[in-house]
Design a protein around this ligand. Structure first.
Ligand SMILES: Cc1cc2nc3c(=O)[nH]c(=O)nc-3n(C[C@H](O)[C@H](O)[C@H](O)COP(=O)(O)OP(=O)(O)OC[C@H]3O[C@@H](n4cnc5c(N)ncnc54)[C@H](O)[C@@H]3O)c2cc1C
Length: 502
């Protein structure tokens, strides 16, 4: 039997002889983009993730590669320009993981139609030459042609415009593969227990293998904290002061049968009851409806949608598209790592701009931002870190560095795959996930490699016994461990099942 691929990673991580240029803590979009930027500059980089890659916020987004129409409304033009540039780069560098998508914004007032048309003209203008289809005005018939299930009262027409969408967890795994193929080290299930601080300077860290319990020390020129909603916890544990604090905000989604849209266009509702925008987006063979914005003081890996949020999303989706409970196949929540200096109550009013902070100990923390801007955050983090440590570094090259040309292994037709892959594809995809995709648990496979759980919770629970049987011999699991994996998954997936937690 071939050696478990994790063993080589663990040996390399515990080997004390190499001096790392960069150690990145956190394997979400920000940490992976930072490690990708570092390795692309020829630096020796290792990334450590406490759970699975994308296990926290980065697999729970609305899956939009976007400039943010909402930020345009708030007048945050610099953020929109940055995100639109990054949208273009991501569509170019990761075409297998991303695609453009046509949106329809319906209007219930004639003036509203022209107001939104102007806003989306500005959006296209700020995007520059992106090769993306431009916005256009729609009359009522044209709006309904694109969204045949739309039942909004008083519909006058709408505006069609283009943005991007992607598979967030798959892109994280693709980045991890590309970092590894380029000579970097990526290790999941390796929590950083503490920082090594000597003479007041951060010189490295102590990490633990979650599977064996073994700990080891790693040393580096630069240590980067990319732990999202957990950034304050890491700093507090190591007595590192900060001017910025993380304000977690929960965003929840319902996943529905694809038929609720009646076509390939996405819907954006410009104003819900709570004054936010709401999306209903075709994603694989389902439709994702979201999201909410609820401040929460408890960073955790597995946040859950509340009955109130569920009711709110269902009511809004019903008002616009006639969605009923029977249409819902999955539900989930994620926590936005918003950043603020002082006490700000309303998280919806916090900027999505990213912040990079270098502590007096030299720990570099990269925080906030959006999935879409992760590449730029990574570039900025490495530039700032090397400047702060007065070290020479090559220029970033990730703006023009396609992932799959550098070792990423996207599944074919990633954005069109069904919730249930079918028996033949299932086996092949589970083996790929374990052998080449760093999957270590049943949840890793069903949530973030095959995406079955976020698409359809009941299908995921039904497939779990088959999947665990394919994984067990690959990972050398005993019958006790195999049964434990199944039980853990059934417990964890319960909150994804519509209605069960109401
Ligand atoms: C509901 C919702 C919808 C969103 N929709 C969009 C969207 O459509 N488009 C968009 O561009 N953005 C979107 N975002 C924002 C985007 O998802 C986030 O900005 C991004 O995923 C944050 O990534 P991150 O790497 O900073 O955080 P995370 O993904 O949370 O990664 C941090 C990682 O650090 C790890 N970690 C923590 N402590 C340790 C430790 N001690 N040792 C090792 N590892 C540790 C965690 O386990 C975690 O995996 C959305 C966010 C939410 C919540």
């Amino acid at each position: 039997m071939p050696e478990d691929p994790r063993q080589a990673l663990l040996r390399e991580a515990a080997d004390r002889s190499p001096h790392w240029d960069v150690l990145v803590i956190g394997g979400g979009a920000t940490g992976l983009a930072t490690a990708w930027d570092a390795v692309s500059r020829g630096l020796r980089v290792a990334l450590l993730e406490q759970a699975d890659f994308a296990g926290a916020t980065s697999s729970r987004s609305t899956k939009l590669v976007h400039g943010g129409v909402r930020y345009l409304q708030k007048g945050e033009l610099d953020l929109v320009v940055e995100a639109l540039r990054e949208r273009r780069l991501l569509l170019h560098n990761a075409p297998e993981y991303t695609r453009t998508l046509r949106f329809v914004l319906p209007a219930t007032r004639s003036f509203g139609r022209h107001y939104y048309r102007f806003g989306l003209w500005l959006y296209d203008f700020l995007a520059g030459k992106s090769g993306i289809e431009k916005a256009c005005l729609l009359d009522k018939a044209e709006t309904l042609e694109r969204l045949p299930r739309l039942v909004l009262e008083g519909l006058k027409g709408g505006v069609a415009y283009t943005d991007g969408q992607f598979d967030d967890a798959a892109l994280c795994i693709g980045m991890a593969q590309a970092i590894r193929a380029s000579g970097g080290l990526v290790l999941n299930y390796a929590p950083v227990e503490k920082l090594v601080v000597e003479n007041g300077k951060a010189r490295g860290l102590v990490a633990r293998d979650e599977e064996s319990g073994d700990s080891w020390e790693m040393r580096a020129s630069v240590v980067i904290n990319a732990t999202g909603i957990f950034a304050d916890a890491l700093r507090e544990k190591n007595h590192i002061a900060s001017q910025w604090t993380v304000r977690a905000s929960r965003g929840s989604h319902l996943v529905c049968r694809r038929e609720i849209l009646g076509g390939n266009h996405a819907l954006i509702l410009p104003k819900t009851r709570d004054g936010r925008v709401l999306f209903a987006i075709p994603w694989k063979d389902r439709a994702v409806v979201g999201t909410t914005d609820v401040p929460t003081g408890h960073p955790c890996l597995d946040p859950e949608i509340t009955p109130d949020e569920r009711r709110f999303l269902l009511e809004e989706a019903s008002r616009a598209l006639g969605v009923t409970e029977a249409d819902v196949t999955s539900q989930w929540a994620g926590l936005r790592p918003l950043v603020s200096r002082a006490h700000v109550r309303k998280t919806a009013s916090l900027s999505r701009k990213h912040v990079i902070e270098v502590s007096p100990e030299g720990l570099v923390t990269v925080l906030g931002g959006k999935w879409t801007t992760a590449r730029h955050m990574g570039e900025d983090a490495i530039d700032t870190a090397f400047r702060a440590h007065d070290l020479p570094v090559a220029l970033s090259s990730t703006a023009d560095r396609p992932l799959s040309a550098h070792g990423a292994r996207p599944r074919p037709h990633l954005l069109d795959e069904p919730a249930d892959p079918g028996p033949e594809a299932l086996r092949e995809e589970v083996l790929e996930a374990v052998r080449h995709g760093y999957a270590r648990s049943l949840d890793d496979v069903l949530s973030r490699r095959l995406r079955v759980l976020p698409l359809d919770a009941m299908i995921a629970r039904a497939l779990a016994p088959q999947v665990v049987e394919i994984m067990a011999p690959e990972l050398g699991w005993t019958s006790g461990k195999t049964a434990g994996q199944l039980a853990d998954f059934l417990r964890l997936s319960a909150s994804f099942v519509p209605l069960m937690n109401d």
